[in-house]
Design a protein around this ligand. Structure first.
Ligand SMILES: [Zn+2]
Ligand SMILES: [Zn+2]
Length: 362
């Protein structure tokens, strides 16, 4: 029996109990130790992105392996692991061409005909596993290709946020943009993802690092993490300010909000040949575009789901960056809360003034 925050119906989470199955051949049972609250969870909780219910959200987690299936080779009981929603099959076109973040994870879920991984505590009905993880639960039963072992010295609450926000933000800089030292980077939105992008831009040796956010507290956090300049996103002259700071536009603009206006802003602040990278989950009917002059100026626009990670390689490196004092996860985490306070945590996220909340399990 495991305690979980269950999405019974759109609007909020209910604390309840579920029963997890025994690990199948390629599955891993993990005692969850921490799970960050991600904006993407909120899209499912408030119904913007539909999902079969009941379901357990949560996808930014770290824990300790309890048991493994007979064929599992990559982790063993006792290992400390970070989970990742980019479960990969290892043999599709995307995997074999090094773009595993695009893999649809074909064999990483259980067959429709097999017993479900998660059931109601009384065994009466299945509970849907969200993003192949369902980490707002004391235990997770996941495919071995959905987690990676990390250094045991790494604190697990800080390891958790690497699983989504930091992988996405840092991955955009390292993998999707391949930022060259000295280039100008602007980040629109300074939540967990945006702050990680700013921190990664600093690590990679970017020149100007411009943080754009409407909230003063978040702009201050951005400066702590490495922003050289900040701009109020709501200022009438926000574009002009970025143009002036960067001497004619940035080489890379990262959108880390998921709103039409912030995506459009990311395109507007590019210099000739610059690239806008959209990370946020925008409402499903949104479209971002490049105009004729943008195209004639060699500007580019790209998505970078989950920072185009190769997480089994990237996550241990990010852990190493933290251990060496390069990656500042302490500033990204605003508060640690028990599972029972999860709805309050999401309310705080809606207000948008603080950085990451992390659920910790004892
Ligand atoms: Zn997330
Ligand atoms: Zn694949």
């Amino acid at each position: 029996m495991a305690k979980a925050a269950i999405l019974e119906q759109v609007g909020g989470l209910t604390i309840g109990e579920v029963e997890l199955a025994d690990p199948g051949p390629h599955e891993v049972l993990i005692d969850t130790k921490a799970c960050g609250l991600c904006h993407s969870d909120l899209h499912f909780i408030d119904g913007a992105y539909p999902h079969p219910l009941p379901a357990i959200p949560g996808h930014e987690a770290a824990g300790v392996v309890r048991s493994v299936g007979s064929e599992v080779k990559t982790v063993k009981p006792g290992d400390h692991v970070v989970s990742c929603l980019s479960a990969f099959c290892g043999h599709c076109e995307f995997c074999v061409t090094g773009r595993m973040a695009l893999c649809m994870g074909a064999d990483t879920r259980r067959d429709q005909t097999a017993a479900p991984r998660i059931m109601r505590a009384d065994g009466s009905a299945p509970v849907a596993q969200m993003l192949n993880l369902s980490a707002f639960c004391e235990q997770m039963l996941i495919h071995e290709h959905a987690c990676v072992a990390i250094d045991k010295d790494m604190p697990l609450d800080r390891a958790a946020v690497i699983g989504c926000a930091v992988t996405t933000g840092a991955g955009a800089i390292f993998n999707a943009c391949s930022v060259v030292p000295g280039e100008a980077v602007a980040v629109v939105g300074c939540g967990g993802v945006g702050l990680a992008a700013i921190n990664a831009a600093k690590i990679t040796g970017a020149g100007k690092v411009i943080a754009i956010d409407p909230i003063p507290e978040k702009r201050a956090l951005a400066e702590t993490l490495g922003a050289t300049h900040t701009v109020d996103a709501m200022a009438d002259d926000a574009v002009e300010q970025v143009m002036k700071i960067s001497g004619g536009g940035v080489h890379h603009a990262i959108e880390a909000v998921g709103r039409q206006a912030s995506a459009d802003l990311a395109v507007k602040i590019l210099r000739r040949g610059g690239t806008a990278t959209i990370l946020g989950m925008m409402p499903l009917d949104c479209k971002v575009g490049l105009g004729a002059m943008d195209l004639l100026s060699g500007k580019k626009l790209q998505g970078a789901i989950m920072g185009m990670n190769h997480f089994p390689v990237d996550l241990p490196r990010l852990v190493d960056f933290y251990m060496r004092g390069l990656l500042d996860l302490d500033t990204i985490i605003a508060e640690r809360i028990p599972l029972e306070k999860i709805n309050e945590g999401f309310e705080k996220m809606k207000q948008g003034t603080s950085a990451r909340s992390v659920v910790v399990f004892d």
